[in-house]
Design a protein around this ligand. Structure first.
Ligand SMILES: NC(=O)c1ccc[n+]([C@@H]2O[C@H](COP(=O)([O-])OP(=O)(O)OC[C@H]3O[C@@H](n4cnc5c(N)ncnc54)[C@H](OP(=O)(O)O)[C@@H]3O)[C@@H](O)[C@H]2O)c1
Length: 265
């Protein structure tokens, strides 16, 4: 039976970095052999371009909006028909919109939660029946250090990533006796198109402190595959974010809100 990897959000950024690593022939302990890599995103031109650049016959493109029932059912039908083992599921597609809630378009919260939370949960549910295997299978969910604390000016995004962290931890525990592991990845800023999209094109670069702590997508993807291969439940990526994680567990939220307010002033 063929063993596949599914990567959502593979048309750019971190998802594309995962694809490049898996396609590059590098072996990752605990990940196992992959016969096909199914890459999912809305921009088929980008997926096709990356596939032809990598010239890897194992790559299959799926143009799908995973927030839409038809996008999810298109994937579901192929899974049902071909019945592969999903050896690796990487839920990477995600979006965020910066700004005060009062100033944003009204459906911004729905757009954020539908992709970052609902689609992630639905796709996981779709794949789980295909993940039972003699060899351990892996789920990687891309969270964010934004999920550690409420974030004024990025409220829906931070809340959506808090969901990813909580959901993934609970799922990992539910699957404890199965040979399926769930690894939540929590990076801080990563140099991708994300920032430009989040600010409606106003800034493509991170500014202030974020500029100095921003991470490379390829290095993050490599660290994530290593963590998943070991069955780790969580990877908080880079020292700065580990420090933030620890502080978020030790200090009251009001302390962080105070500093956020001061910085905004
Ligand atoms: N970059 C950062 O600073 C950062 C930090 C922490 C966590 N993250 C998380 O990392 C993940 C990847 O983000 P990134 O930085 O790589 O940003 P990115 O380059 O903007 O990638 C986002 C990906 O999601 C896909 N996508 C968006 N809407 C979709 C939909 N409705 N259906 C299917 N695919 C969709 C996009 O493809 P199409 O547009 O072609 O559909 C794209 O491939 C996200 O979950 C993000 O929250 C990013």
């Amino acid at each position: 039976m063929k063993r596949i990897a599914i990567i959502t959000g593979a048309s750019s950024g971190i998802g594309e970095a995962f694809l490049r690593l898996l396609s590059g022939g590098e072996k990752f302990d605990g990940i196992g052999d992959i016969d096909e890599i199914w890459i999912v995103a809305r921009r088929i031109d980008k997926l096709t371009q990356i596939k032809s650049e990598l010239s890897d016959d194992r790559i299959r493109t799926f143009a799908a909006d995973v927030t839409k029932p038809e996008g999810m059912s298109a994937l579901g039908s192929v899974l049902e028909y071909e019945r592969p083992v999903v050896g690796l599921l990487i839920n990477c597609a995600g979006v965020g919109f910066k700004g005060r809630v009062i100033d944003m378009r009204k459906d911004v919260t729905a757009d954020t939660l539908n992709l970052n939370c609902v689609a992630l949960g639905n796709l996981t549910g779709l794949c789980l029946p295909f993940m039972r295997s003699n060899e351990t299978t892996r789920i990687i969910n891309i969270g964010s250090s934004a999920g550690f604390l409420p974030q004024p000016g990025f409220a829906a995004y931070a809340a959506s990533k808090a969901f990813v962290i909580s959901y993934s931890r609970a799922l990992a525990e539910e699957l404890r006796s199965e040979r399926i592991t769930v690894t939540t990845i929590c990076p801080g800023p990563v140099r991708t198109d994300f920032q430009s999209k989040a600010t409606g094109g106003r800034t493509a670069e991170f500014t202030g402190l974020r500029k100095y702590v921003s991470a490379d997508a390829g290095k993050l993807a490599r660290a994530s595959l290593k963590a998943a291969g070991k069955g780790r439940r969580m990877l908080v990526y880079k020292f700065s974010q580990k420090a933030l994680h620890l502080a978020s567990r030790l200090l009251p939220v009001s302390v962080f809100m105070f500093f956020e307010r001061r910085m905004a002033e």
